[in-house]
Write a protein that binds this ligand. Structure first.
Ligand SMILES: Cc1ncc(COP(=O)(O)O)c(C=O)c1O
Length: 392
């Protein structure tokens, strides 16, 4: 079956964060929303059908995740990522951000240090700070158009600040780096030697582009698996974020028990009946759809990069190896972050994420979500070109 990613799906009036919160976030209800990480493509038909079938039943009472929920996850990660997950290693979480917060609570004490590698998905910072832990920053370096780890700085920070945990974003958001086996092994070696627990957020692991390969942290070795808590979900891959259904993979039994206790303490382990059904359908039937999606995203990224190079070379796009986020280097425009963001809203009518919200190294950047029909992207790019040409 051929899927049509060019189709425009009207999302206004559905309480969509991306659309219906524009007035609140951007001060203008009509910007082209290329910001928060969800896609404008239809959630695939095989998922909608499964949810509709369940919705036709007359009772939506308490439910648990059946055998199919687990086996679909196990099969997906084996086939897509060559990752052997055992059923009892899988713990449900109503989202990855909640899971990261619960990890911080379960595995560190107040005042202890947690390493975060900016520029990075901003809820990592609040997961540390709102839980009264100490942020230890190990900024990434931009080298030849790719965000990379800074291992020297990491070792220095570990020596001087003795953090207990590292929050890894793999693949990386907003830079789109797919960490290589060597990079992950070096990071893991340092963490294991220094007893720094790795929380590996792999929510973007299926959205890997241009022949790159995602290496799940836990597949490096048994030792690394024992030292890693991995977070995965169908939400980004299949446009299911509103279903609030994800999994935490914890091979180490003692860590798993501690995590489960912390989930139990706040009683959020139930999940919801539709999320369970959607997740199972996605992982069972999603491989062919995903292949086509990735081709469409690659072509939107290629198009964006070529357009900017040709029309507004003052903005330099970092080509992502994964995700549908393009990290735009706007430093040559020489505008303070607030001005840059507002310039895109008011002069181009485009709503983007400001780079400085991702922390150190994000200043002068913008994040653009290109998971939308080409026509939407084209209007946004053309508006940006007109706005920049007037300005420069
Ligand atoms: C790296 C990363 N982790 C987690 C999330 C959100 O996860 P959830 O909605 O399951 O809390 C996002 C969403 O953009 C993300 O990019």
């Amino acid at each position: 079956m051929k899927y049509d990613f060019n189709q425009i799906v009207r999302r206004e009036g559905t309480n969509s964060v991306k659309y219906d919160m524009r007035e609140k976030v951007f001060g203008q209800g009509n910007v082209i929303p290329l910001w928060v990480a969800d896609m404008d493509f239809s959630t695939p038909d095989f998922i909608r059908k499964a949810v509709i079938k369940r919705a036709k039943h007359h009772v939506y009472g308490y439910s648990f995740r059946g055998e199919g929920w687990y086996s679909s996850i196990i099969k997906w990660f084996k086939e897509q990522h060559n990752w052997e997950i055992e059923k009892d290693q899988i713990v449900f979480s109503p989202g990855i951000v909640p899971a990261i917060n619960l990890c911080v609570q379960a595995f560190t004490k107040e005042g202890e240090g947690v390493i975060v590698q900016p520029p990075v998905y901003y809820p990592f910072f609040s997961a540390v700070e709102h839980n009264n832990r100490k942020l230890v920053l190990n900024p990434l370096k931009l080298e030849n158009g790719r965000l990379c780890f800074d291992f020297d700085d990491l070792e220095r920070k570990i020596k001087t600040q003795q953090p207990k945990m590292l929050l890894l974003c793999s693949p990386h958001n907003p830079g789109g780096s797919v960490w290589t086996r060597e990079e992950l092994q070096s990071l893991a070696d340092i963490c294991i030697q220094n007893k720094v627990l790795i929380i590996s957020d792999e929510i973007h692991c299926d959205l890997v582009l241009y022949g790159n390969k995602h290496i799940p942290m836990a597949t490096l070795s048994k030792a690394v698996a024992n030292h890693t808590v991995a977070c995965v979900a169908p939400s980004k891959t299949f446009n299911l974020a509103g279903m609030a259904t994800s999994s935490v993979i914890i091979p180490n039994e003692e860590l798993r028990e501690r995590f489960e206790e912390s989930i139990e303490r706040v009683h959020v382990g139930m999940g919801n009946v539709f999320g369970n059904v959607a997740s199972e359908a996605a992982y069972k039937h999603g491989a062919a759809w995903l292949k086509q999606l990735l081709k469409y995203i690659e072509s939107n990224i290629d198009h964006t990069i070529a357009f900017l190079e040709h029309n507004t070379p003052v903005i330099k796009a970092i080509r992502p190896e994964a995700t549908y986020m393009v990290w735009l280097d706007c430093r040559k425009l020489d505008m303070p972050d607030d001005e840059l963001w507002k310039f895109m809203i008011h002069e181009a009518g485009v709503g983007l994420n400001r780079g400085d919200m991702f922390g150190k190294g994000g200043e002068g950047f913008l994040r653009m979500n290109v998971a939308c029909p080409r026509i939407t992207l084209d209007v946004a790019l053309s508006n940006i070109r007109k706005a920049i040409r007037k300005e420069t």
